[in-house]
Design a protein around this ligand. Structure first.
Ligand code: S3P
Length: 429
């Protein structure tokens, strides 16, 4: 994909459904009684991998574009898969599905692509093993392929060393199949879609979060049954982030983004934009299915550097590549710290962000848990995505604010979370 520096992005964008929520409604619908009807589902490769895994587990799922019907078979209705479950590039599929599979009376094997099979799975193997699960890393290095066999599960109190919604959700889902209450305490509050949606499906789950302390605890009790729901998935703030950034950093722009999920555990980017001096407005705020939604308007703004650290990190972890791009054209220095989790995403995003920013002429230094970015001007360059969808999209926005032409390698990797990204972008340019 080749993109040139430009001006005057104007228009209204509606981003596809939230990736995290799309995964969860297919998963919870599969283990609920009755039909779950999903609207505005994200038909990206990651969520399609979740559908295909549950089809292999015997669930009848009809998907036409962004409409999905899941004919659930209840908590004990999954059947043994005939072959390896292919989780593709999706960490969410792998970690949440493992929690469900740990409670099943059959064996399964999960494997994904090269990136997925090199990401850390010890973070779920450890708590599941504490619960009594029979789960192991086939290569023995704490990574997938994962082998999961039948074993009775016990409720535990798990103290997670990382603020990770995937770890928390994995343990809570296994908790549905345990013999007593299970709790997960994390050092910071990670996205809470599992807790919100499981409650809608009838589970007994609650969150204890004192605003005065950074930690949070989610508690679940095993239940008899979940019940199929009608779910309308809000637009994905992680996808909206690219158009928020584009509207702010491309000269003479004004972009409206409709129907965006602004769950506080996800909306850190809005606060950071405001801290950087952005003109960003929220309107039409409403709540659907426990999730907050709003329309967002951004206008070209003179941004300045900021410090991004601490509790806000989990609420913007996936947006850091595009926040780094905004920082690269802002006045002054931006410091990002407490974000070592970036290293274990689809790529090591400390390396892939800083290498590509440097290629565009930015003065940036990587750190063990983040990066320091000196704002200035960007010039066109050859961007290496390493097949990471968020690197492709973040640097496509950088390209629009840079002088000259930028070439993005393997740009189709955006299909993982936003297959229509380039169509939407081109309609604005
Ligand atoms: C996700 C949680 C986050 C996020 C990922 C989606 C989820 O990962 O980065 O894109 O749907 O639960 P971690 O739980 O590893 O932080």
């Amino acid at each position: 994909m080749e993109l040139c520096g430009t001006t005057g992005l104007r228009g209204t964008v509606s981003v596809p459904g939230d990736k995290s929520i799309s995964h969860r409604c297919v998963m919870f619908g599969s283990i609920a009684e009755g039909t779950t009807e999903i609207h505005n589902f994200l038909p990206g490769a990651d969520c399609l991998a979740t559908i295909s895994c549950f089809q292999s587990l015997g669930i009848d799922i009809e998907q036409t574009g962004s409409t999905v019907k899941v004919h659930g078979k209840g908590l004990h209705g999954l059947s043994a898969p005939a072959r390896t479950l292919d989780v593709g590039n999706s960490g969410t599929t792998t970690r949440l599905l493992s929690g469900i599979l740990a409670g099943q009376p059959f064996e399964s094997r999960l494997s994904g692509d090269e990136s997925l099979n090199s990401r850390p799975m010890k973070r779920i193997i450890d708590p599941l093993t504490q619960m009594g699960a029979n789960i192991s890393s086939e290569p023995g290095n704490g990574c997938a392929p994962l082998l999961i066999g039948p074993s009775p599960l016990h409720g535990i109190r798990y103290n997670s060393p990382v603020a990770s919604a995937q770890v928390k959700s994995c343990v809570l889902l296994a908790g549905l199949y345990a013999d007593g209450e299970t709790s997960v305490t994390e050092p910071g509050l990670s996205r809470n879609h599992t807790e919100l949606m499981l409650r809608e499906f009838g589970a007994d789950v609650r969150t204890i979060h004192e605003p005065s302390s950074s930690g949070a605890t989610a508690v679940i009790r095993p239940c008899e049954q979940l019940y199929g729901q009608k779910v309308t998935v809000p637009g994905d703030i992680s996808s909206a982030a690219y158009f928020i950034a584009a509207g702010l950093i491309v000269p003479d722009s004004e972009i409206h983004i409709t129907n965006v999920g602004i769950n506080p555990t996800r909306a850190g980017i809005i606060k950071v934009c405001r801290d950087m001096g952005a003109q960003i407005e929220l309107s039409g705020e409403r709540t659907e299915g426990g999730e907050k939604i709003a329309d967002i308007t951004v206008r070209t703004s003179r941004l300045h550097g900021t410090v991004i650290e601490g509790d806000i990190i989990p609420a913007l972890i996936d947006e850091i590549p595009v926040i780094a791009v905004m920082a690269a054209v802002a006045d002054g220095t931006t410091v990002i710290r407490d974000a070592a989790e970036l290293k274990v995403k689809e790529t090591d995003r400390i390396a892939t962000v800083t290498d590509n920013l440097r290629a565009m002429g930015c003065r940036v230094s990587p750190a063990a848990d983040g990066m320091i970015i000196e704002g200035g001007r960007l010039k066109g360059a050859s961007i290496r995505t390493h097949l990471d969808h968020r690197i492709a999209m973040a640097f496509s926005i950088a390209a629009l604010a840079a002088e000259g032409t930028t070439k993005i390698s393997d740009s189709r990797c955006v299909d993982v979370s936003y297959p229509t990204f380039y169509d939407t972008l081109k309609a604005l340019v």
